[in-house]
Design a protein around this ligand. Structure first.
Ligand SMILES: *Cc1c(COP(=O)(O)O)cnc(C)c1O
Length: 395
């Protein structure tokens, strides 16, 4: 048995998505900007994909720009809002400490260009409140960007409420919805969202394709110069097969949100209950509201990387947090943001589930993780000091 529980890093493509792509690689490979028939067939497909994507978000097709993924959509949204703000002399941006690096690093760059960035603290429960946002907004604030659901600890933010605060104060509101799209119901109009980023490979679509929703009237800045594709806002020949795969995967995921989330969250709850029994462990982030597929724990006295390697030997593919920071020795900025110490943050485990995980797999995980944790603690000098009371337990 191979147990894949790293769906927050990426997902396996669905058959529907693959089938939707194949015709555009085989027969209908034309460039959508060409006038002959296979080009026009591609152009029509592109329009259908844009309409499908828009329908899943509750917006209009012309409000969708296809990008190379979630990172590009985040970059473009933030850079566009900053450019619009700068024109009005507004150079203050509000975000949170636990955003994805696609957001945080873009904000760092803007800070060097003279923007002032306020990063809101995140409560230990992994939730940012509308009151925090409201009290940070100033006369010169041009953008609030708060992620929809956190990619490491799975906590879901009060997006509609934060959007309402921004709307009232006439500040643009962007949300990185890469972990939410296809997993939670989204309605950009009802939720007061001005800009939203999504990525296909997080909902069983292909990698290297995503979308940026920008409410009509919001002038986007192009970050890739060239041809006039995407209404002049994103140059480069459209990746038609990937766009078709994304639209099919998104439509499929959105059609089964309730059914999938009931199934996946039941497995999640079983895992949370089971892993909570491991002594000196803690669930990261509130139990609710939480992504249906997210489980994230810290275990005191162990080191996350060794945990992952040993789990891999037991055929469990999991993660310590974000795929972007694995390989570096820095603890997760998300776990530090919710107040975990460096020492505790190093012993983290994220399991992110999909509709394809089974009860048998959950049972396998619930056997494997406690075994591996006990094995590592046995070898750990830190654990020995804790047991011999030379050090105090934190958890
Ligand atoms: C995966 C992810 C991204 C990056 O998306 P890519 O398509 O891989 O560039 C951005 N934000 C969040 C929250 C993510 O989980």
């Amino acid at each position: 048995m191979k147990v894949y529980v790293d769906n927050a890093a990426t997902t396996k493509m669905s058959r529907t998505a693959i089938d939707a792509m194949l015709p555009y690689m085989e027969a209908l490979y034309g460039n959508p900007s060409s006038l002959y028939s296979i080009g026009q067939a591609a152009a029509e497909a592109l329009q259908r994909a844009r309409e499908t994507t828009a329908k899943c978000l509750g917006c209009e097709a012309r409000e969708i720009t296809f990008t190379s993924g979630g990172s590009e959509a985040d970059n473009q949204a933030i850079i566009s809002a900053a450019a619009l703000g700068e024109k009005k002399g507004k150079k203050h941006i509000i975000s949170t400490e636990f955003e994805h690096h696609a957001v945080l690093h873009t904000l760092n760059k803007l800070e060097k260009q003279g923007f002032e960035i306020t990063l809101l603290n995140v409560h230990e429960n992994g939730i940012v409140t509308k009151e925090q946002v409201a009290s940070a907004i100033r006369e010169d604030t041009c953008l609030v960007t708060v992620m929809y659901a956190n990619n490491e600890i799975g906590t879901i933010q009060p997006i509609a409420e934060i959007g309402a605060v921004c709307k009232e104060k006439c500040v643009l509101f962007h949300t990185d919805a890469v972990q939410a799209a296809g997993h939670l119901h989204i309605d950009v109009k009802k939720q007061n969202i001005d800009m939203l980023s999504l990525s296909a490979h997080k909902f069983h679509g292909p990698k290297g394709i995503g979308a940026l929703y920008a409410r009509k009237g919001i002038q986007l800045t192009n970050i890739i110069e060239g041809g006039a594709q995407e209404r002049g806002k994103r140059a480069g020949t459209e990746n038609v097969p990937a766009i078709m795969g994304m639209a099919a995967a998104f439509e499929e995921a959105c059609g089964y949100i309730d059914k999938n989330s009931a199934k996946i969250s039941a497995l999640r709850d079983k895992l949370i209950d089971g892993l909570s029994k491991i002594p000196h462990s803690i669930l990261n982030g509130a139990r609710e509201p939480r992504l249906p597929g997210n489980v994230n724990f810290c275990f005191e006295g162990i080191e996350g990387e060794s945990l992952l390697l040993l789990l891999d030997q037991k055929n469990v593919s999991a993660s310590s947090g974000s795929a972007c920071t694995s390989g570096s020795l820095d603890p997760s900025h998300v776990l530090l943001a919710i107040g975990r110490s460096h020492e505790i943050a190093h012993g983290s485990l994220r399991l992110s589930l999909s509709k394809w995980n089974t009860e048998e797999e959950a049972a396998h995980i619930l056997k494997a993780v406690p075994e591996v944790v006990a094995y590592l603690r046995n070898m750990s000098p830190v654990w020995r000091d804790l047991k011999e009371s030379k050090k105090k337990f934190i958890l």
